[in-house]
Ligand binder design. Structure first.
Ligand SMILES: [Zn+2]
Length: 432
């Protein structure tokens, strides 16, 4: 039996690689079309399928999400680490990836007498970070967070957009704790998921308890699995979270809670996961000193809240139909002089917004105002500040919001303050 996903791996989706719902007569947002139109990412044959280039505007969105992931990690009591994207093949033999997952890994690279592979996951690296010092029960839980690159040797035929790729940049945390700390840590993970989803405007479709299936593609004894599955089910019940049973959907080394979401086309996918693992600590010989002075085995929890940046950004592009809330918008404010004679005042206003940290553009008067406003609307810019004769004289702007509202005579000071407030609070709305 081939287990085709890892604990924090988003489950592969089943959309066709080249299909475009818009072209097929649907009017559903499609991240590949929007990604092209809004210049968020591109794929180049010379680089390879499934290896998207993040263009400047797409990179802004990803950087904002990475910032959120880092803040959330700190808030959740995690320590951040950085580990290499490749390692000796022996590391993944030890972890069991080589045995259970090598069909999905790139082939080894030989360097002298050694063989290296691109990592499919960073769990083994984090197990070794844990093992890098002696741990006491007083040090637990140890929570290690990293947003890093993982690799999948997918065949080019199935690749498309950001949702099927060969490199994912995964928001991943590994918690090492005593067995009695597991319920608290599951609660902490669920709280983090709920906090982030509220902020991102994502609704949970359902929670899924993904269990061991009937095949033999799993690491570890059935009894250990049964205990882990019971732990997860109890933790969910304690949190009052309803869930669905999914036999056969587990990762190869442990059962997991999958947080399922639905895209605008009605397709369900896994975004966040929390996985309970008794096997990796065993394989890496991890231990901590207990209150009794003896050696005890920690439990490892794999927690992926924001998922892969590729998966999350693809989902959000469609969720917002490209009209991102101000804090995620690649360009937040465009200042638009009506004519060349207003350009000085426009540059001044744009400069003040940029000084306040807002992503601002000053639009050159190279076409009619109507054309330029349409251009900004096509780019789904949240705020457009127009400066004509009247505004120039009064030192104000005529504000056009993406939601269609028009506000005349807005002071530049107020404009910058209000937009900054919306951005800082990561609010979904436009304010004013
Ligand atoms: Zn992991």
């Amino acid at each position: 039996m081939r287990i085709n996903h890892l604990p924090t791996d988003p489950a592969p989706d089943d959309r066709p690689a080249g299909g475009d719902p818009a072209a097929a007569g649907h009017d559903l947002p499609d991240h590949r079309r929007l990604g092209r139109e809004l210049k968020l990412f591109a794929t180049e044959p010379l680089v390879g399928a499934g290896l998207p280039l993040w263009l400047p505007d797409g990179a802004v969105i990803r950087a904002e999400l990475e910032k959120l992931a880092a803040e959330e990690a700190i808030r959740g009591g995690c320590q951040r680490v950085f580990t290499p994207v490749l390692a000796k093949r022996a590391l993944f033999e030890r972890s069991g990836h080589w045995d259970k997952f090598s069909d999905d890994m790139f082939p080894p690279m030989r360097v002298g007498e050694e063989e290296f592979v691109l990592r499919p996951a960073n769990c083994p690296h984090h197990a070794l970070v844990y093992a890098s010092e002696q741990r006491s029960y007083r040090d637990l839980p140890v929570r290690l967070a990293e947003l890093g690159a993982m690799f999948r040797s997918e065949l080019s035929g199935v690749l498309g957009g950001l949702s099927r790729v060969r490199q994912i940049n995964l928001d991943d945390t590994h918690v090492f704790c005593a067995p009695d700390q597991v319920p608290g840590e599951i609660g902490r993970a669920a709280a983090s998921v709920q906090r982030c989803y509220r902020l991102l405007g994502i609704e949970v479709a359902r929670y899924r308890l993904s269990r061991r299936g009937s095949g033999d593609g799993y690491l570890g004894h059935r009894d250990v699995w049964a205990a882990a599955e019971r732990h997860l089910a109890e933790a969910l019940a304690d949190l009052g979270i309803e869930f669905e049973d999914a036999p056969g959907e587990a990762a190869f080394y442990g059962p997991k809670i999958d947080v399922q979401v639905v895209d605008p086309a009605g397709r369900e996918e896994t975004l966040s996961t929390v996985q309970l693992d008794f096997n990796q600590p065993e394989r890496f010989g991890l231990w901590f000193t207990g209150p009794d002075g003896g050696r005890h085995r920690p439990v490892m929890i794999h927690r992926g809240v924001l998922s892969a940046m590729e998966r999350l950004v693809a989902f959000l592009i469609e969720r917002y139909d490209g009209a991102f809330p101000p804090w995620l918008a690649p360009v937040q404010l465009v200042v638009m002089p009506v004519g060349e004679q207003h350009a000085g005042r426009a540059r001044e206003a744009a400069g003040r917004a940029a000084d306040a940290g807002l992503r601002t553009e000053c639009d050159p008067p190279d076409a009619t105002l109507g054309t330029r406003i349409r251009r900004a609307r096509d780019r789904k810019i949240p705020y457009v500040a127009v400066i004509g004769d009247r505004e120039d004289a009064a030192g104000r702007v005529a504000l056009r919001l993406r939601d269609g509202r028009r506000l005349d005579g807005v002071g530049v000071e107020r404009l910058v303050e209000e937009v900054s407030r919306q951005v800082a609070s990561r609010s979904a709305g436009l304010g004013f």
